[in-house]
Design a binder for this molecule. Structure first.
Ligand code: NAI
Length: 266
């Protein structure tokens, strides 16, 4: 499907791997001019190379989304490279502090909330003026199934992602009349470096192979993933791409689950 956004410019965070990287690839294929950002410039350059974009179609600038100063620098670089962006995809995030509530330190809480909630808010605040320029904008926030179905061994992450959903929904009320549509996407158990690390840790703890760790995780921890497998990052990028597009012109304030049924409620 032609998404009708070939003249648009997009910024994607958390884009040196996983869902962000696959979203960059999808938008590049749609003819969008793309800026990818993540923490490490070298890894970002490698990621950009793997995207095999046309000359001038892709730019890569490192930034830390938790830092106001770093985001201001990123904005200056983006402006110089492509001008104002029309599309922002916020995909940066971490699993954060894990364990039961009594096992998580104050630092574990504050760091997870900083990266998974405050950082995304700072990123949006920095680029909001761009998105409001020109009467057409798309903002997609990557949340998680954990936002509406919390798991008691990762409460800081759940709380941060619930905050992301509330933030996105509230924001969608303010700017839609100007043409800026705001939506969220909530994946579950996608095959990215984030869940690779989780499954390696689980395999080490249980003394089993990573494949066995994935199987037991699906059986015991995610029984409602009816397809009984990890999702592919492209399967999330497809939905993000749609929400970034002209095809989603009447979609605002929504939360699209890409979780194969993992969230048990309707
Ligand atoms: P990933 O680990 O491949 O990508 C996340 C990226 O965020 C990394 O490249 C990392 O360097 C970057 N990042 C972390 N802290 C940052 C900071 N302070 N500043 C800038 N960049 C930073 O993982 P994945 O799976 O692609 O995650 C993307 C988003 O999807 C995250 O927000 C995650 O919470 C969410 N998600 C992922 C799920 C999964 O199963 N993989 C399930 C539900 C949500």
């Amino acid at each position: 499907m032609d998404l009708r956004i070939e003249d648009k410019k997009a910024l994607i965070s958390g884009a040196d791997s996983g869902i962000g990287w696959h979203t960059a690839r999808l938008l590049l294929n749609e003819g969008v001019t793309v800026v990818i950002t993540d923490q490490n410039q070298q890894q970002l350059n490698d990621a950009a190379e793997r995207l095999e974009a046309k000359p001038g179609q892709l730019h890569a600038f490192a930034a830390d989304i938790t830092s106001v100063e770093s985001l201001a620098q990123l904005h200056a670089s983006v402006k110089a490279a492509v001008g104002a962006i029309d599309i922002l995809v916020q995909s940066a995030g971490i699993t954060g502090a894990q364990g039961l509530f009594h096992e998580i330190s104050d630092e574990g809480w504050t760091n997870t909330i900083l990266v998974d909630l405050i950082g995304p808010i700072r990123l949006v605040r920095e680029f909001l003026p761009d998105l409001r320029t020109g009467g057409w904008g798309r903002l997609v926030m990557v949340a998680s199934e954990d936002a509406v179905q919390p798991y008691d061994d990762e409460l800081p992450y759940c709380a941060a992602k619930a905050g992301v959903l509330a933030f996105a929904k509230g924001l969608s009320q303010t700017y839609a009349s100007e043409g800026l549509l705001v939506n969220a996407v909530s994946p579950a158990f996608i095959h990215t470096p984030m869940t690779d690390a989780m499954m390696q840790k689980r395999a080490d703890q249980l003394g089993v192979s990573v494949t066995e760790a994935i199987e037991s995780f699906l059986d015991d921890e995610r029984p409602n993933i009816e397809l009984h497998r990890r999702g592919d990052p492209d399967e999330v990028a497809n939905v993000i791409g749609f929400l970034c597009s002209e095809r989603a012109s009447f979609v605002n304030g929504s939360n699209y689950r890409v979780d194969a049924g993992s969230v048990a409620s309707i």
